[in-house]
Write a protein that binds this ligand. Structure first.
Ligand SMILES: [Zn+2]
Ligand SMILES: [Zn+2]
Length: 257
């Protein structure tokens, strides 16, 4: 009903803002909270966990990157394939990270791993969408978004799956379907952070399965994860989806370490 939408967007917008401000004042009176990064009082409507000033310091990386794996280059030079990708193409066609894993972005991503701070999925998802706005090679023709899954046991321990929260926010903003069930982690592997590059690749081999290949066949899938390190996790997920018939697999991550 268009009339109703008009009222919702027009008449009630200021009322909603006033309500939001009122709610924030009440919240401040009873449960004052502080930015988990810089410690200032969170007093703006909508501020959660990290203040708007700290979030504003999270900006996209300006350095050019490998047109294939998305690894940022040090120094000058336009986008081109890196030596590693020229040597051996990764199983994903195109990956983009939005920034380097450091500073406020690193702090925010570390906080985002705690279930009580999952609301950070909103600003992080928005950051991904804004940072990749011009990246047609990433977005064009995407049929479905699939978050890199955690193992069921790990998800239970943690209480939520951060890549899934992120994927949902990105999907909502881009108007794309998010289907976490299309990829499942079947082996609870040794944490990747404790391993060297070669061991990481062996560690993830066979760790994922695509239980519904009929929903993947012939489609362009976009993988979503929080941090990109060696690319072995994204690579293994992409191989699994490719084996199930995906036409193309791309990936986007918030940051690269
Ligand atoms: Zn702050
Ligand atoms: Zn590369």
């Amino acid at each position: 009903m268009p009339a109703k939408i008009g009222v919702r967007n027009g008449l009630t917008r200021s009322a909603r803002n006033a309500l939001r401000r009122g709610a924030k004042l009440l919240e401040l009176a009873f449960f004052p909270s502080f930015c988990k990064i810089c410690g200032t009082l969170l007093e703006q409507p909508g501020e959660r966990v990290v203040c708007a000033a700290c979030l504003a310091k999270i900006v996209p990386e300006v350095a050019s990157a490998c047109v294939c794996c998305g690894r940022f280059f040090e120094g000058e030079g336009g986008p081109h394939p890196c030596a590693a990708c020229l040597d051996k193409r990764p199983p994903y066609g195109h990956h983009r990270s939005c920034a380097r894993y450091r500073g406020e972005l690193k702090e925010t991503l570390l906080l985002f791993k705690y279930r009580y701070y999952r609301s950070l999925g909103k600003p992080l998802g928005r950051f991904v969408v804004e940072a990749t706005r011009e990246e047609d090679a990433l977005w064009e023709g995407v049929d479905v978004i699939v978050p890199v899954p955690l193992h069921r046991r790990r998800r239970k321990e943690r209480g939520f799956d951060q890549a899934r929260v992120l994927a949902r926010e990105i999907g909502r903003l881009k108007g794309l379907t998010v289907a976490p069930g299309l990829l499942r982690k079947i082996r609870n592997i040794v944490p990747q952070t404790s391993l060297e590059r070669a061991d990481r690749m062996a560690n993830v081999r066979g760790a994922y399965t695509a239980p519904r290949p009929e929903r993947i066949k012939g489609r362009v899938v976009l993988l979503v994860d929080d941090v990109f390190t060696t690319g072995s996790t994204i690579g293994e997920c992409a191989s699994t989806l490719k084996r199930s018939g995906a036409k193309d697999v791309r990936a986007v991550t918030v940051a690269q370490a």
